[in-house]
Design a protein around this ligand. Structure first.
Ligand code: NAP
Length: 348
């Protein structure tokens, strides 16, 4: 497994990061521990979680994912072997179970979130602390058009950075990152940090997969390259769609058939299924599984520092890590780009 340095930080992480949002909803604590053990055996040292996990988010389960990771850290004694990333939830009135739904990115909320995560994770510091989604109005989670009518009061980026700076000084967090951010956001975070001597973001955690390549077409690739902000690509299999299991059998068991159909509509649009059909055909014609093609694609893009993979079972995790050794020949890359040119970003 190769490793890479994140942004201008001193964090050295594996090119695959173990995502965790299945832990505590789609699988149990023992499964989480087996996945963590296995990932470390395979050279992965990077774990991503969030205060709101597991997904799908519910009052009854919130925090279980961090608790399962925390019990593993304690049991395994491997805290110093891993780079631990978690996130504070941005504003969302539907998630009233997180600080009464008032979880905006101000000092009081961020401090409360960090302290609760540290308790659940059974550690005294978080290596990478990320803002799960912005405080301000921005099209995210499947919305793609900026709408000024949706403007709302938000916490100034400078104030959020100042709050994070205090937690850094106290040693509770080491480095910071953003998630579900835009070019404007990245630029503003860097500008405020440099102008006011506040912490500098090292990473951006955004959606990136064969059906959602917005990172390349929105100038985020150039912005992050010049700003030295590393991309952590999430949902590389588009919630499992890119394995083609739902294409082959619409009733296949998995997240997209067990969660409510309207919960994550971006992954079930007709254009996604059409694109998946073409990518699956290309993969199989070249002796790969559709999942291998989709993951090898993310693993080998120059701007992806680390790909955050997710798995329900150990067998899925193994297939996904094994795909790291695959390289796509130039004619396959060209064929992928040809499909993308016809069916651009249906899952964005
Ligand atoms: N910042 C954010 O807003 C954000 C958003 C999403 C995710 N993330 C992070 O990114 C991580 C990965 O995201 P993701 O879970 O959406 O990734 P993904 O790779 O798009 O989907 C993973 C899911 O696909 C299915 N799957 C995976 N490998 C498979 C295989 N080999 N064969 C068949 N099915 C397979 C499994 O679900 P089933 O068993 O249900 O089919 C698995 O849980 C998360 O854990 C989280 O840490 C962050």
């Amino acid at each position: 497994m190769d490793h890479i340095t994140l942004g201008r930080s001193d964090l050295r992480v594996s090119r695959i990061c173990l995502g965790s949002m299945t832990f505590g909803e789609q699988n149990a604590e023992a499964d989480a521990h087996s996945q963590l053990d296995y990932a470390l055996e395979r050279g992965i040292n990077f774990i991503d979680t969030a205060e709101m996990y597991p997904v799908m988010p519910r009052a009854e389960t919130q925090g279980s994912t961090e608790r399962h990771i925390g019990s593993w850290l304690k049991k395994s004694g491997q805290r110093d072997k891993v780079v631990l990333a978690t996130k504070v939830a941005g504003p969302n009135p539907h998630m009233h179970w997180i600080r009464g739904g008032q979880h905006n990115l101000d000092e009081a909320n961020i401090r409360a979130a960090v302290e609760a995560s540290l308790r659940r994770l059974q550690t005294d510091h978080i290596d990478l602390y990320q803002l799960h989604w912005p405080s301000r109005n921005l099209p995210i989670f499947g919305a793609s058009v900026f709408d000024p009518q949706k403007e709302r009061p938000s916490v100034a980026i400078e104030d959020t950075l100042a709050a994070l700076g205090k937690l850094q000084e106290e040693g509770k967090i080491r480095h910071i990152g953003v998630s579900n951010e835009s070019c404007w956001g990245v630029t503003e975070f860097i500008k405020q940090a440099e102008m006011k001597g506040l912490p500098r973001i090292a990473t951006i955690q955004n959606l990136y997969n064969l059906t959602a390549r917005h990172f390349e077409t929105s100038l985020l690739d150039e912005t992050c390259y010049r700003a030295e902000v590393s991309l952590l690509a999430y949902s590389p299999l588009a919630f499992g769609q890119l394995t083609a299991k739902y294409h082959d059998n619409p009733k296949a068991h998995g997240r997209l058939t067990i969660f409510p159909p309207n919960w994550s509509p971006r992954y079930v649009r007709p254009g996604v299924l059409e694109a998946v059909g073409h990518y699956a055909k290309l993969a199989r014609a070249n002796g790969m599984t559709p999942a291998q093609l989709a993951l090898a694609w993310c693993y080998t893009r120059w701007f992806v520092a680390s790909t955050i993979i997710g798995a329900t079972t150990l067998a899925q995790l193994k297939e996904n890590i094994d795909a790291y050794s695959l390289r796509l020949p130039p004619d396959m890359v060209a064929a992928v780009d040809a499909i993308h040119a016809r069916l651009m970003n249906p899952g964005q």
